[in-house]
Design a protein around this ligand. Sequence first.
Ligand SMILES: Cc1c2[nH]c(c1CCC(=O)O)Cc1[nH]c(c(CCC(=O)O)c1C)Cc1[nH]c(c(CCC(=O)O)c1C)Cc1[nH]c(c(C)c1CCC(=O)O)C2
Length: 345
Amino acid sequence: MTSEPADSAFLRACRRRPVPHTPVWFMRQAGRSLPEYRAIREGVPMLTACATPDLVTEITMQPVRRYGVDAAILFSDIVVPLKAIGVDLDIKPGVGPVVAAPIRDADAARALRPIEPDDVSYVTEAVQALTKELGAVPLIGFAGAPFTLASYLIEGGPSKNHDHTKAMMYGEPGLWHALMDRLTEITLGFLRVQLDAGVSAVQLFDSWVGAVSPDDYREFVLPYTSRIFDGLAGLDAPRIHFGVGTGELLGLLGEAGADVVGVDWRVPLDEAARRVGPGKALQGNLDPAILLAPWEVVERRAGEILARAAGLEGHVFNLGHGVLPGTDPDQLARLTDFVHAASAR
Ligand SMILES: Cc1c2[nH]c(c1CCC(=O)O)Cc1[nH]c(c(CCC(=O)O)c1C)Cc1[nH]c(c(CCC(=O)O)c1C)Cc1[nH]c(c(C)c1CCC(=O)O)C2
């Protein structure tokens, strides 16, 4: 039995140390797939829930109790720090973040001020309560990466092609870099608040960055993600970097400086390891849609992922993206047990 997060299989795998079993957690493990989540959220808007420490604590704990996953992830959202510094936005059920006045000019970009710990005191409070309640189970903090935040701010909401975002990137590079610079400071500030409060690891979600080419990533995104990981170096807390559709960017994600690279389901883990390069642990990468198939299919596919990961120095089992709301929680419970048993050494 371990008693400190420091000895946990999750943190050991992130650091590429030997583990008793492959650790597992699920992106969006807290959320609509859980009946106890739907019950507690009834009548409470998403951003209100994120700003209420008791609710954050309870919702974060729900999947830990139910599944026995190897890590908890703070219940929050990538737009919480933007709301906290005064951006007029909301999270619409079934849609996602919606921004009242999309940012398309320099004045609007200049209005984005750095975040102070007092802006998100509810996050500090929730993290402190959670680290007590979790005991030996590590808590992952997170933030949205500048590109993904920029996309929501510039488009005004979810977007398929990120047209306005790219129009600014290519057409007004000065404005783009000024906006990314501010978002980098906000992201760093929000992650530091969580680290100061006691999270054991952090994940940077650059969910939509798969929309750009490698050359454009290097010019328009890499300077900022690198600055974030450099700013969090030497802290003892592993840094995870995740995006969707990043097959062609994996080498650059490795360059950005995280300890762990999250991989979606499009690239097998052994091939992902070659693309990311040496010295990194990998996280992933079951297609969340597979959980909608019968258990026998889930088991076979999860076994294939463990086999692909067998030669890696550090592997954290996860999905390639978040749990789909229609997922049967029993599938996730069985999957957690299966990964633990099949990887036991
Ligand atoms: C792009 C992004 C967002 N938010 C997030 C990302 C990056 C991860 C990813 O790529 O999925 C990050 C996020 N959002 C949420 C978490 C909680 C922690 C977890 O369990 O993983 C995390 C890590 C809670 C949430 N964030 C949101 C929900 C659903 C809100 C609800 O339950 O009403 C949850 C549980 C809302 C949200 N917020 C966002 C979207 C796309 C949505 C879904 C909209 C919908 O389908 O209703 C923006």
